[in-house]
Design a protein around this ligand. Structure first.
Ligand code: PLP
Length: 380
């Protein structure tokens, strides 16, 4: 069994993908052009924002947002402690300080109550200019934006939605990657909407920031790329990747998003019926009004379970599993000795030892899910 079966997906979409990529090659159109422009338009429309700017990867997308806001030394940004490294890395890379905030035990997303506490504490200490909050849509589930937006407004902080895993999610009728003052996503192959290499996008309704981001992404261009009015980076989505995404985005909208929700629901149904909760396992919780794009199906093993042993026994049965994430952000070596290493995140500390992500994609059959559930239940 594949953890995320991109081979199967390619077999289904092969004719269309091959034909679009071949056209780009025949036209020798590799940078920019209509495929990239059309994709940006389609993505912006789907998300419901004015501007979509594609770029080289999801990390660059986050960096471009932070650059547009001029965040740097002396500034602090609040970031969940339980996430992929990039969410906090981009803050530190610009010279600012990430302050890590604990997450909710059931949703894995930043805890609004603890966020407000961390803001008040940092405000009282007065060491940094508090600039922004990064809210991550972890595992495909939108963060609690109703609460987070209120807090951002109250303390005058910008909201950056890291939707690298969240594309396709919804909350109260609104689509993910449209919740932040700026939002971002990643098209890394294993993300909900992935291309065949690296890719990313930035979303915003703000004209001024959109212009700045388009400039920063092309060497700080002014009227042309040979007129450079600021120091920027080179961050583009390749035309070939835009062609792949064109086909994949169609499948995503037509059936993949719906199908992956069915696969996730099947996991929950079978685990519940098999007595997973009674055994002390924790299953993903999707609260009323939320819709996940299921970047991962992540469970927590019972307290004290031997995760390493379970993983290797599952592997021997041909079932791959992954650990997202094994280490709290504030414990990462890159932050050792900095203010970012000081964090009060008891939930993250605990779940890092318990989480296990299971094979998931829109093409998994009921039999696949049945096999994962019945084998895992035997091992816990
Ligand atoms: C994957 C990911 C990123 C980075 O995206 P890349 O395209 O790999 O640079 C950022 N944040 C989160 C939460 C991610 O999962």
């Amino acid at each position: 069994m594949e953890f995320r079966d991109l081979k199967k997906q390619y077999q289904v979409l092969k004719t269309d993908i091959d034909s679009k990529v071949q056209t780009a090659c025949a036209n020798a159109q590799f940078i920019g052009g209509a495929p990239v422009k059309d994709l940006e338009k389609a993505l912006a429309e789907y998300v419901g924002v004015k501007h979509c700017i594609t770029c080289a990867n999801g990390t660059d997308a986050l960096s471009l947002a932070v650059m547009a806001w001029g965040i740097g030394e002396g500034d602090a940004v609040f970031v969940p402690d339980f996430t992929y490294f990039a969410s906090g890395e981009i803050v530190a890379y610009e010279g600012a300080t990430p302050i890590f905030v604990d997450v909710c035990r059931d949703t894995y997303n930043i805890d609004p109550v603890k966020l407000e506490k961390a803001i008040i504490k940092a405000k009282d200490e007065g060491k940094y200019n508090l600039k922004a909050v990064v809210a991550v849509d972890l595992f495909g589930l939108p963060a609690d934006f109703d609460e987070i937006k209120k807090i951002c407004k109250k303390y005058d902080l910008l909201l950056l939605e890291d939707g690298a895993q969240g594309f396709g999610g919804k909350l109260g009728g609104k689509t993910a990657c449209g919740f932040g003052d700026i939002s971002t996503t990643s098209f890394f192959p294993a993300k909900p909407l992935g291309c065949y290499g690296d890719g990313g996008a930035v979303f915003t309704d703000n004209d001024e920031w959109a212009d700045l981001i388009r400039s920063y992404a092309v060497h700080g261009k002014g009227s042309s790329k040979y007129d450079n009015i600021r120091v920027g980076v080179n961050s583009r989505l390749d035309t070939v990747q835009a062609c792949v995404l064109d086909v994949k985005f169609d499948a995503f909208k037509k059936y993949e998003l719906e199908d992956i929700n069915k696969v996730a629901a099947k996991y929950t149904e079978l685990f519940t019926a098999a007595g997973a909760l009674e055994k002390g396992m924790v299953l993903p919780v999707i609260k009323q009004g939320f819709y996940s794009s299921w970047a991962q199906y992540t469970i927590q093993l019972p307290k004290g379970a031997d995760r390493e042993k379970i993983q290797s026994e599952m592997k021997a049965l041909g079932i791959p599993t992954m650990i997202y994430y094994i280490k709290p952000m504030h414990c990462q070596g890159a932050f050792e000795g900095t203010d970012s290493a000081v964090a009060d995140c008891e939930v993250t500390d605990e779940i890092c030892d318990r989480v296990l992500s299971l094979p998931l994609d829109p093409y998994k059959s009921d039999e696949d899910i049945q096999k994962v559930v019945s084998e895992l239940i035997k091992l816990v």
